[in-house]
Design a protein around this ligand. Sequence first.
Ligand SMILES: *[C@@H]1O[C@H](CO)[C@@H](O)[C@H](O)[C@H]1NC(C)=O
Ligand SMILES: *[C@@H]1O[C@H](CO)[C@@H](O)[C@H](O)[C@H]1NC(C)=O
Ligand SMILES: *[C@@H]1O[C@H](CO)[C@@H](O)[C@H](O)[C@H]1NC(C)=O
Ligand SMILES: *[C@@H]1O[C@H](CO)[C@@H](O)[C@H](O)[C@H]1NC(C)=O
Length: 212
Amino acid sequence: MPSKPRIYLMYMLSVYSVSVAGQFNVSQPKPMPEGLPAINWDILQMDPATRENLCQRQTAYCANNCGGPTEAPKNFCNVTSMAWNCGCSKKVPDFSPYLWPIVQAECSGRSQACQRECNEQQQHQTGNPNCAVLCNDYYTCDSPNAPPSYLQTDSSSDTPSYNGPKKVVTTTPQNNSTKNANQQQTQQGEGTGQVAITWWLIFGMISMIIFS
Ligand SMILES: *[C@@H]1O[C@H](CO)[C@@H](O)[C@H](O)[C@H]1NC(C)=O
Ligand SMILES: *[C@@H]1O[C@H](CO)[C@@H](O)[C@H](O)[C@H]1NC(C)=O
Ligand SMILES: *[C@@H]1O[C@H](CO)[C@@H](O)[C@H](O)[C@H]1NC(C)=O
Ligand SMILES: *[C@@H]1O[C@H](CO)[C@@H](O)[C@H](O)[C@H]1NC(C)=O
């Protein structure tokens, strides 16, 4: 049986390794807080002129990120479905997933729908008094913690998943198209978990060697 000091040391080391891992930024969407009003909004509720304008900004953003229109062989935004993707010829598009115009517009539309729902609840004297604060805290639209968007598809005729869950996208890497915005976030999160486990293992092994 391990001695008491050894157990204590192992405990301290695991606390330390978790705190080291905590210094890395975890870019994962926040879980929905309790009391956040359910919303009934998706991007197709934007009027056609707004969608048209948004798609123009979206494809211009893609072309710009690729280094010009001729460097963006995969660049679509379907005004009917709002499916989009961006693939450069010479690089992987490197704008942050939450900064794409269409992702921001979707988040902002949801955020406004959330506030409307709060106003509605307030008029009927129902619901959470912190409603508006909860909306603000959850829909942090221009940050890595923005809620995920599922509008990215492989092809312009694919129907995106408007309110999740994420569709299984069978992507063969083509012309360096963007990874799914949500996928990127998940991978970063997993990376942090792996770092934590790695530290935990390293410290655990060192302490076993020293103290056995
Ligand atoms: C984490 O992200 C914030 C901005 O969101 C940044 O200011 C900070 O430097 C980042 N920290 C690390 C360790 O990357
Ligand atoms: C990918 O690039 C090739 C040429 O490099 C082109 O023929 C093909 O159509 C492109 N695919 C997509 C989806 O843009
Ligand atoms: C845009 O989406 C609609 C609805 O999914 C589809 O019928 C149409 O073919 C798509 N347009 C293009 C150019 O892919
Ligand atoms: C994808 O980008 C890499 C550089 O990151 C480049 O070497 C490669 O040729 C690109 N692939 C395509 C199909 O353009």
